[in-house]
Design a protein around this ligand. Sequence first.
Ligand SMILES: Cc1cc2nc3c(=O)[nH]c(=O)nc-3n(C[C@H](O)[C@H](O)[C@H](O)COP(=O)(O)O)c2cc1C
Length: 512
Amino acid sequence: MNNREIQAAWKYHDGTKHSYWSIRNSPHFLDWANRPQPFKIYPQLEQLPLPRDVPQTGVAALSAISQRELSWRNESVPDLRDLACILYFSAGITKQRVHPGGEIYFRAAACTGALYEIELYVVSIDLPGLDAGVYHFSPADVSLRLLRKGDFRGNLAQATAMELAVAHAPATIICTGTYWRNAWKYQARTYRHFGWDNGTLLANMLAVSAASGLPAEIVLGFVDAEVNCLLDLDTRREVSLCFVPIGRTLESSLPPPKTAPALGLETIPLSQHDVEYPAMLEMHGASSLESVEEVNQWRANPPVLPCSALTGESVQLSRLPEEEQPKDTIEQVILRRGSTRRFDKAASITLAQLSIILDNATRGLPADFLEPLGAQLNDLYLIVHAVEGLKPGAYFFRREPNTLELLKEGAFRAEAHHLGLEQELPADACVDIFFLADLHRILERSGNRGYRAVQLEAGAIGGRIYLAAYAQHLGATGLTFFDDDVVDFFSPHAKNKSAIFLLAIGKPLKFR
Ligand SMILES: Cc1cc2nc3c(=O)[nH]c(=O)nc-3n(C[C@H](O)[C@H](O)[C@H](O)COP(=O)(O)O)c2cc1C
């Protein structure tokens, strides 16, 4: 299937929408006896423990997520401690809770259903403390396991059509998605969750890399089969989603690509049996890039999104000088973060707090699908319930003049309850932030791969919003939603857009 045959993305998107009726008529139930393991385990590979005594960067979370005024190291070569820090604060276990269904190991980044379907791999050259190779990161025991020995940078450079950031990176982290680990609960909608859950993790990864003085960016343009082969993935179960090159070498020579024969390594099955959802395999196949030419075409064609017309009354948001912003470090904030389970309905937040969140979270993601830097695929729409200095109502966030444009005034807690899948969280929050995107334009321009990009971007901005909220001792949670009802609620402004993501912010009634 071809990336340009965009009816595939529409079929998947339309086929996985939630509606009032789809939720009520779903016969799906959670088969606890067949619950998947939360970790990928290679029982025969030797463990290479990562250092745990890593010094904190001391960099304020808000500076790290917005990548403002950070000094990049001259020599941008990470050592093993840098990698340990980046991997741990992106995907490491930060809390453990006993639950009726068993133990849950909560991780550094939010993830739908706490199912943690995103795996991380590292492809590195010889680094201080680490020999060149392809490694799997195991959060369970905070260690790496060597899959292939040697410098495979040439393979990554070839797969990305010589993407410079990858060709010059001493280490590249590759994120993959494991279907069944999340589909056990969410069925075919898991392909959207790949983008969301990979995105929240990327928000942490980019922030910690920046705080460590190491350049990092998201690369989505690569020949899928070559990378899946390098990682020896069983692609009916697990697939590569994106790269994050970390650091920069000045060295100009690249090793030629090496052959990467099948490894046939044993892994522990996730559960007694997997259920396969063909809609996701089709969506992945249709958004896969098959050749270097396709990668070049994808990269040359970033979606250009026009600004929607101004409609009415707008509120100017302020930009607080950095010295007046909260200073908790990125590590403190990641360790403190945890999705709010109940918001205090009587509480409010200030306009300054909301401004800090919107400003820091939307300062341009470094990604190969966003050109120029600062472009954004998702538009942010808000339902404001309790923000001091703002009338309750529905708003559109316009990034460049940094304003909130009032679409309709009113108390919309009941509507938010409905739109957020009839949960209390969006009704009790102070503000709900909906992400909507012009999928027509994005798919026309970037093909089915654009669908991966828009979901991933939403997750990454959502992850930054989580961090910006927790940096101010507020609470937040990702949420799911009734797709078409969200678009209807924000129309006519949002007419022809699609609902992509939702996050609620407020004050927690009590921390877990
Ligand atoms: C994209 C996204 C959607 C989510 N949707 C819901 C939801 O609909 N309802 C809910 O109670 N929690 C939701 N969550 C919160 C997750 O359940 C939570 O992240 C997970 O249990 C891990 O816990 P932690 O975030 O506290 O580390 C969502 C999280 C994300 C990232």
